[in-house]
Design a binder for this molecule. Structure first.
Ligand code: SF4
Length: 264
């Protein structure tokens, strides 16, 4: 494992090694995330920054990507998404935009992949979708009721629930129901990765879980220069090494006792 990667994982419990990627060059020091000019947006009249991805883009890669939009199913999604953005910009909620997008791509059968901790919200979404003429099939993360320990999840993780979140089964269930569009509601970090990997229908996200910030993970970014300064400066947090592990350092009543009943 590279030294920088090792450092970044300090403090994480049981950090696992990724297989080395063959011929993967080191990342450049700056990429789009370091840009504030956004000259790639049309009509800004601004100059591209020296590290600009547009200017350095491999023409063959652009051609390859653009060829994908000629595929009818990909084109339908791309055009529909752009139309929803333009036609309802700052006017419709995401719930409404989701339905507009579903209509535009011709989706009638909506799958909901939900966390059991957000079943109430998922139920409300289903009611709304049904009220607008969609068929809805929901699959909760614990469906199938399989044990965590059976796939090698450490026993200490059972305090949340002995049964595993099963995003692969959620996806396979919705695939079998032949959904036209899947909507994710509050799947955990990583479980969402697996759902996205296995879902066959296009997937959109309605709710992103953040157990601390009322399902608004962006709040940590908005306040990273103030209340959540520890995120940008982990070395300054008392008794803390870079890379996480805070939950283990909290007193027991703060870390384990804050989970709401039935919450995941
Ligand atoms: S493509 Fe260039 S201009 Fe656009 S965000 Fe990236 S670096 Fe900035």
């Amino acid at each position: 494992m590279k030294e920088e990667k090792k450092r970044s994982l300090e403090g994480c419990s049981e950090a696992r090694e990724m297989p080395e990627k063959e011929n993967a060059p080191a990342f450049p020091a700056h990429t789009c995330v370091d840009c504030r000019v956004m000259a790639c947006c049309g009509g800004t009249g601004k100059s591209y920054p020296p590290f600009c991805l547009t200017e350095k883009m491999d023409p063959a890669l652009i051609e390859k990507a653009m060829a994908e939009y000629k595929k009818p199913d990909i084109n339908r999604i791309a055009v529909s998404a752009a139309e929803v953005e333009a036609d309802y910009y700052c006017r419709l909620t995401r719930v409404e935009e989701t339905m507009k997008f579903a209509e535009k791509i011709g989706a009638r059968r909506i799958g909901i992949a939900t966390c059991v901790g957000l079943l109430r919200e998922a139920g409300t979404a289903a009611q709304i979708f049904r009220a607008h003429g969609f068929e809805v099939f929901g699959a909760a993360c614990k469906c199938g009721a399989q044990k965590k320990v059976d796939i090698g999840i450490p026993k200490r993780c059972e305090w949340v629930d002995p049964n595993m979140c099963n995003p692969v089964l959620q996806a396979m269930t919705l695939n079998r129901e032949k959904t036209d569009l899947d909507v994710m509601i509050g799947l955990c970090v990583g479980h969402d990765s697996l759902f996205l990997k296995y879902a066959e229908a296009p997937v959109t996200v309605l709710v992103v879980k953040d157990r601390v910030l009322g399902n608004n993970p962006a709040a940590a970014l908005y306040t990273a220069d103030s209340y959540y300064g520890r995120l940008l400066h982990p070395e300054k947090e008392p008794g803390k090494t870079a890379g996480g592990g805070r939950a283990e350092e909290l007193p027991e009543n703060e870390s384990a006792g804050s989970e709401p009943e039935g919450g995941k």
